[in-house]
Design a protein around this ligand. Structure first.
Ligand code: MG
Ligand code: ZN
Length: 217
């Protein structure tokens, strides 16, 4: 008896939508950044401190990925930038099709930089292309320095790694050198920034990095 096999990559439809998103964003001159990291690593807090530093240079909009609630979108809306809450209703990552629906609702002509906060999860978001131009992996010192070794794909696909909550490092066992060694074992050229919400100059390093990638034409 022969066995029938049906095969469809879960990435197939996603990749098509991601390509469409990227073309649309390119057409409109928008740079999109996919911000990924585990739950509670400080992605939303990072955005709260980053956006005020960027908004004088660029028109910023945000997509907030979560399983449930509009709590994070409310925090971004308080900064008075356009934001759409993307709820996956149990899904553990954002998909390009969900982002596509959001793009149809945003005032694209008025946006230079689109910051996409993915669902808090260090695993599968790294596998799903959203059509973004840049990927940022966020790791907090409270999560532990073993995470780059345990979740290598996230740190591998990232264009920039940001280590957050460094003001809390004395309360943890986090060893910055060990984390850097693990990250650089994946890619010895990987840029790593260490930030604290209490130190605006640390956040400006990330703002500068983004600035160097956003087209202003
Ligand atoms: Mg968040
Ligand atoms: Zn997932």
């Amino acid at each position: 008896m022969s066995i029938e096999v049906l095969r469809r990559s879960i990435f197939q439809n996603n990749d098509r939508a991601a390509q469409e998103n990227r073309s649309l964003l390119d057409e409109r001159g928008i740079t999109a950044v996919n911000i990924m990291g585990g739950a509670g690593c400080g992605k939303t807090t990072l955005l709260e401190h980053l956006i005020p530093q960027l908004r004088s240079d660029f028109a910023v909009a945000v997509l907030e990925g979560d399983l449930a609630t509009t709590k994070d979108a409310a925090r971004i809306a308080a900064l008075d930038v356009p934001v759409i809450q993307l709820l996956t209703e149990g899904g553990c990552h954002l998909t390009a099709t969900l982002v596509q629906e959001a793009l149809a609702r945003l005032p694209l002509a008025e946006i230079d930089l689109l910051l996409i906060e993915n669902v808090g999860n260090p695993i599968c978001p790294a596998n799903f292309d959203l059509g973004e131009h840049l990927r940022v992996a966020v790791l907090s010192v409270t999560e532990g320095d073993d995470k780059p070794a345990k979740y290598p794909f996230l740190f591998k696909v990232a264009d920039q790694v940001v280590i957050t909550k460094v003001d809390l490092i004395a309360l943890t066992d986090f060893d910055r050198e060990r984390a850097l060694r693990a990250i650089h074992a994946l890619d010895k050229e990987k840029g790593v920034l260490t930030v604290s919400k209490k130190d605006a100059s640390s956040i400006s390093q990330l703002a500068d990095w983004l600035r160097s990638h956003v087209s202003t034409s």
